[in-house]
Design a protein around this ligand. Structure first.
Ligand code: FDA
Length: 309
């Protein structure tokens, strides 16, 4: 209920103005975001990689409203990928990209524009010796996202997909995506979706997550289980064992600032653990989704509001 309300108001411009101007915000944002600049995110990546974790970096931003803004996003990723290369971090870090930041929603030509922009980022990633994963956004973009993914995979087969267990379609998508070499991140899903397309009950989402994880683990690709949920993490480990998978044939993924002790515990057990690290100044949509997921995050936010930090 609270989650849907928060996600519902997150698109309101006046709420956005209120939240972004509140004297909160640095403490809250710092917890989930690696800073505003490329230097900031390189420093965080170096520290995470040094402690045995893998990284995927997201340059914050979504719902681009002008083609020239999408070009800026491409440039920012190109700069970032160049820095990963020269810093010797591209073996540990890849990038995550949102197609709406690359122009997907810009009318009839949006999909083509987003694909061409994503291709530029994939070229820079290949030059740096790393990969790109296409984040998944709300359900109105799923078909376009998977279409762009399949086109990019012709030239860049390592491009990662994301599927959301809360969508009723996702088991079918997992079957289509479970082929050799295919990197697939499985998450629960973070947007407010109608019941016609998505499970709304937590338990139904969890059951769907397990069915999807089974399909991916039984397939020939690289499942990337993106969750902080202790039960799903244990089920993921069991499924991998039952399939006779080696520890390096799948990943666990978690968000920066969430359950860092668990991230290290899994890495110490020999698992590949990748941390999703967002950076940049356009943090509003990302922050609201994190607050909507967990009442404790909301309490933390409220406390920061009154502490004026
Ligand atoms: P959920 O939020 O239901 O929490 C389940 C349990 O996990 C809790 O009961 C608690 O035990 C534990 N837990 C969760 N948060 C905790 C905390 N802060 N401290 C301690 N315990 C905690 N979504 C999307 O729509 N598109 C995308 O592309 C992505 N990409 C993505 C990448 C990565 C790496 C991750 C981890 C997540 C995403 N997501 C996403 C977000 C995802 O869909 C989902 O909203 C969040 O991961 C929250 O769901 P959980 O699976 O963590 O479980």
């Amino acid at each position: 209920m609270l989650r849907r309300a928060l996600l519902g108001v997150s698109r309101s411009r006046s709420v956005k103005n209120l939240v972004t101007r509140a004297p909160v915000t640095s403490a809250v944002v710092d917890r989930f975001v690696a800073g505003e600049t490329t230097d900031n995110v390189i420093a965080v990546t170096r520290q995470l990689a040094g402690s045995g974790l893998l990284v995927t970096i997201d340059q914050l931003g979504e719902d681009t409203t002008a083609p020239e803004d999408a070009v800026h996003v491409v440039s920012a990723y190109q700069e970032l990928l160049g820095r990963l290369k020269t810093s010797g971090l591209s073996g540990s870090a890849e990038v995550s990209v949102k197609l709406t930041a690359l122009g997907l929603a810009l009318g009839a030509e949006g999909q083509q524009l987003a694909r061409e922009n994503a291709r530029q980022i994939c070229l820079a990633a290949r030059d740096a010796g790393t990969t790109v994963t296409l984040d998944m956004e709300d359900h109105t973009t799923t078909d376009a996202n998977l279409q762009v993914l399949s086109e990019l995979r012709v030239d860049f087969p390592g491009t990662g997909a994301v599927v959301q267990a809360y969508l009723r379609r996702t088991e079918t998508d997992c079957r289509d995506l479970a082929g050799a070499g295919s990197r697939v991140r499985l998450c629960k899903g973070a947007y407010a979706e109608p019941e016609s397309v998505a499970y709304r009950d937590r338990q139904d989402v969890n059951l769907s997550y397990v069915r999807c994880a089974k399909i991916l683990m039984a397939g020939e690709g690289v499942p990337m289980l993106a969750t902080h949920d202790p039960r799903l993490i244990e089920i993921g480990r069991t499924l991998a064992r039952n399939q006779g998978r080696s520890l390096d044939s799948f990943e666990f993924q978690m968000l920066y600032g969430i359950r860092p002790t668990e991230q290290h515990r899994l890495a110490n057990l020999g698992h590949s653990v990748r941390v999703y690290v967002p950076y940049g100044d356009d943090w509003y949509g990302y922050l609201i989704r994190r607050l909507a997921e967990r009442p404790a995050n909301l309490t933390f936010f409220a406390r920061s509001l009154v502490s004026k930090k």
